[in-house]
Ligand binder design. Structure first.
Ligand SMILES: Cc1cc2nc3c(=O)[nH]c(=O)nc-3n(C[C@H](O)[C@H](O)[C@H](O)COP(=O)(O)OP(=O)(O)OC[C@H]3O[C@@H](n4cnc5c(N)ncnc54)[C@H](O)[C@@H]3O)c2cc1C
Length: 372
């Protein structure tokens, strides 16, 4: 049946960016509709779904959907490792499908409507409105939260992502030999050129994956073989497999046109260095909703004027992406691991400068105890 109603805001994509945007917009009184191509927001997940602390501070999440991990164990290609911590810092691994379903319920509770199994393919501007002929409906504002290959960006001639990492991941119900206190991260230019591989303890299962720069093949089989003696993968069976593309070229330009705006992966809001996008999806998803509501209901300025000043240019990270794309040789990683310079750099990447030199799990736990 055609939906003839007019909306204030239609959001394309019911994932991290779109759902947070929908909730905030509905709370602010906008008649909000979310269109999602999949049958449900939690279906066919293509992300590891690790939230950095800053993401967990953007949106308050129920604790049963996440698992808190404090440490990072960073390995060189020869499997020498160093443990990294930062006082007060943590990562949340997640039951990502359930987390997205929870975000969808939150958006609906706030008053947004979500229509699944609807893949937007056409939209045209009509005066001050955007018309979606496929659905026979009109909206005062359209937001593209439709991921790395955004249809909204294509339809309105906005900037498009052109550089990507390719990620592959498998899920194991358990890995008894893996230390669950750490995110295990592996530098290896042969298996994961331009990025890294990981073993992540999630709530009730383990995620094992890797990503590589475009043009290089992430070698998951090779990685499982190379780290078999640490984790005993061959004794366990794989529960799920997934793959996806991670934009790594920085924010797209232009990210908006009158009454149309991109957020999340569609806007290139992903760290070019770490490939993390959930924090920025949360932050600018919510921010976009606030600014659109102000614009539509309180004579606020066009949202893109404000967002253009707030969105980071990521210049340093783009520079470091070039270094990673050049794939430092494995012997260099082996030589550098555990050196003060490498530790400093790794802490800066993982903890955003919060770690102190010489941090260990014991020192970290001691500090936590003494601060209680
Ligand atoms: C393998 C892998 C691992 C990752 N791990 C992490 C991690 O651990 N931590 C982290 O912070 N980031 C990670 N990322 C990046 C992170 O997943 C993304 O940055 C994040 O999902 C972006 O959210 P989004 O809402 O912008 O878009 P997406 O999550 O890509 O969602 C887009 C949604 O739009 C829908 N859609 C697309 N086109 C249409 C259409 N035409 N009509 C209707 N609906 C449409 C899609 O079905 C989808 O639901 C990873 C990415 C990959 C690929």
């Amino acid at each position: 049946m055609k939906d003839t109603a007019a909306y204030d805001l239609v959001i394309v994509g019911a994932s991290f960016a779109g759902l947070v945007c929908a909730r905030a917009a509905a709370i602010r009184g906008l008649r909000t509709l979310v269109l999602e191509a999949k049958r449900d927001p939690g279906a066919r997940i293509s992300t590891t779904g690790i939230l950095v602390k800053e993401a967990a501070e953007e949106v308050d999440l129920p604790p049963d959907l996440t698992r808190c991990v404090h440490g990072v164990r960073l390995y060189s290609p020869a499997l020498r490792s160093v443990d990294l911590f930062a006082p007060g810092y943590y990562f949340l691994t997640s039951r990502t499908a359930d987390l997205l379903r929870w975000l969808a319920r939150e958006a609906e509770t706030a008053g947004a409507r979500i229509r699944c199994s609807v893949k937007l393919s056409h939209a045209v501007r009509q005066g001050d409105m955007i018309f979606l002929p496929q659905l026979g409906l009109r909206t005062r504002y359209l937001v593209g939260a439709d991921g790395a290959r955004s249809t909204v960006a294509r339809l309105f001639d906005l900037g498009r992502n052109s550089r990507f990492l390719t990620g592959l991941e498998v899920e194991y119900p358990e890995l008894p030999e893996a230390d669950p206190d750490y995110l295990h991260c592996f530098l290896d230019s042969r298996l994961a050129r331009g990025y890294l591989a990981w073993v992540a303890p999630a709530p009730g299962f383990f995620q094992v994956g890797l990503a590589a720069s475009e043009g290089a093949k992430p070698d998951l089989k090779g990685f499982l073989g190379a780290t078999e003696r640490l984790f005993g993968f061959s004794k366990q069976s794989v529960k799920e497999r997934r793959s996806g593309r991670i934009p790594c070229g920085g924010p797209v330009h232009p990210f908006a046109a009158p009454r149309v705006l991109l957020i999340g992966d569609a806007a290139g809001h992903v760290s070019p260095l770490t490939g993390g996008g959930i924090r920025l999806a949360f932050r600018y998803g919510r921010r976009a909703a606030q600014l659109i509501a102000d614009h539509l209901t309180r004579h606020g300025p066009p949202p893109e004027l404000i967002l253009a000043k707030e969105i980071p240019a990521m210049r340093q990270k783009l520079l470091l992406r070039r270094v990673m794309d050049a794939a430092p040789p494995n012997w260099l990683y082996d030589m550098a691991i555990g050196t003060p310079l490498m530790n400093w750099f790794a802490r800066k990447v993982y903890f955003h400068r919060r770690a102190r030199p010489g941090d260990s799990l014991e020192a970290f736990e001691q500090r936590v105890k003494s601060s209680i």
